[in-house]
Ligand binder design. Structure first.
Ligand code: SF4
Length: 441
């Protein structure tokens, strides 16, 4: 783009998980490096990127609907470019284009090289697409919107759980070079991040593909040395990859927070086998025992699917009893929906919709009760809160919003002080199932 040319404007629409948000930041970085600027409204953009999620059918329907609207818009403004990325895009662009018609370009998540190559066909640039690796970040362009930032460290998954589309769409596991990650973490901290979350679909398998004994524990130890970094987290862990070295790292590294997200998916062994999760209920409960022995103040959150093909009421109740036994801090629950291309999609989706809904409601009610009990127990206690954002600008409801090291949400009255990005000690005064309220000391 020449100096006198009006900068092109971009708009990125993102659905799905934190990984997608980070990928969108990288697409934004690529566009900014070519002189593009963010559009104020989607209608003003010269290029619109849809970053899709395929984990649930409802998310993919939203993507189709959104693309349909953009294709209509393109009839009025034929110069607008539409790009589709995220987990809805497989390596086979032809079949992706048949399922999602009308986009000008399709590129797989993290494959900025594919994006740049196609973008060059519309907006030629002097940048050499061959010079970009799938991990390439635009130096200095990674977004750092607040005190908490996310850093992708691996991508893809080799597990092939029977219900999951991720391995088909994101491919085999690939770990990012350790020094690249440490550099990016250092740069984010210099730009104001105080808490970093290392991201991967199976984050605790980090380094296995290097085949030199590298583990997530090694990376945590390095990132932990960054001055001014206050907190370090990692997401999402797979139960069988929780090694003793990693547990020791969580216990001994001062910045690593006492919270682990560890999806169980079901509390029944037969359902776990059908899901091909690779562990039993007892394996999982034993692992929790090891973790809690090493880190007594640890909070655990999890993912659970209800209504998996063949799940009986009795099997579902095993999940409820597991929740009673483990007492998670948060449960992210979902009703099963088949994803075309997975093994489970070949089986009859035989749990009726209203039964799934009822199971979801009972499960959520139980978790609310457990969370409420945990939050009530913290009333009168002092907790350390990292303030992440202003919850509301309205004077009567103005509050700061932050999280404890255990990832519990805390609201603090706004007051006169600017607490943004600061770590404060807060005495808890009120509790609800979803959050707590307190006063800074
Ligand atoms: S481990 Fe997670 S990302 Fe990998 S296949 Fe299973 S559910 Fe999907």
């Amino acid at each position: 783009m020449s100096e006198n040319e009006t900068p092109k404007r971009y708009w990125i629409w993102t659905v799905g998980c934190q990984m997608n948000k980070v990928d969108s930041d990288r697409v934004a970085g690529t566009l900014k490096s070519r002189g593009c600027i963010p559009a104020e409204r989607e209608e003003d953009a010269d290029i619109v990127i849809l970053n899709s999620c395929a984990v649930r059918e409802s998310a993919e329907r939203r993507v189709s609907g959104k693309l349909g609207n953009l294709v209509q818009m393109k009839k009025e403004r034929p110069d607008v470019l539409i790009g589709l990325t995220g987990c809805s895009v497989s390596a086979d662009f032809t079949s992706t284009a048949q399922r999602f018609r009308g986009a000008d370009m399709y590129f797989q998540p993290t494959r900025l090289d594919q994006f740049v190559e196609q973008l060059d066909q519309f907006w030629p640039s002097t940048q050499d697409p061959g010079a970009m690796s799938c991990w390439q970040e635009q130096s200095g362009e990674t977004e750092c919107a607040g005190p908490s930032a996310y850093v992708p460290i691996s991508n893809g998954c080799d597990k092939f759980c029977t219900y999951c589309i991720v391995p088909y769409r994101r491919g085999r596991e690939r770990s990012r070079p350790m020094l690249d990650i440490v550099d990016e973490c250092g740069s984010l901290v210099k730009r104001g991040a105080r808490e970093l979350t290392l991201l991967g679909q199976r984050v605790n398998a980090y380094g296995r593909d290097f085949k030199d004994g590298t583990e997530l524990a090694d990376l945590l130890a390095l990132v932990n040395t960054i001055p001014e970094l206050v907190r370090l987290r990692f997401l999402t862990s797979y139960p069988k990859d929780m090694s003793d070295r990693l547990i020791d790292a969580v216990a001994s590294l001062d910045k690593v927070c006492e919270h682990i997200h560890l999806p169980i998916q079901s509390g029944n062994d037969e359902v776990l086998t059908n899901m091909r999760r690779g562990y039993s209920r007892q394996d999982y409960v034993r692992l929790i025992g090891r973790l809690r022995e090493a880190v007594p103040s640890l909070a655990l959150s999890t993912d659970i699917i209800v209504g998996f093909p063949g799940e009986t009421e009795e099997q579902y109740r095993d999940t409820l009893s597991l929740m009673e036994e483990v007492r998670f801090s948060t449960v992210y629950s979902a009703a099963y929906s088949p994803r075309a291309g997975t093994l489970a999609a070949r089986w009859t989706d035989d749990v009726p919709r209203d039964v799934k809904k009822d199971r979801l409601q009972r499960l959520d009610a139980l978790q609310q009760h457990i969370s409420m009990t945990q939050h009530q127990a913290l009333k009168g206690e002092t907790v350390e809160v990292l303030v992440e954002s202003a919850h509301s600008e309205r004077k009567d409801t103005a509050q700061w919003r932050g999280r404890t090291r255990q990832n519990r949400l805390v609201f603090i009255p706004r007051g006169g002080q600017d607490l943004m990005g600061r770590t404060v000690h807060v005495r808890i005064e009120k509790a609800s199932p979803f959050a707590m309220q307190g006063t800074p000391l």
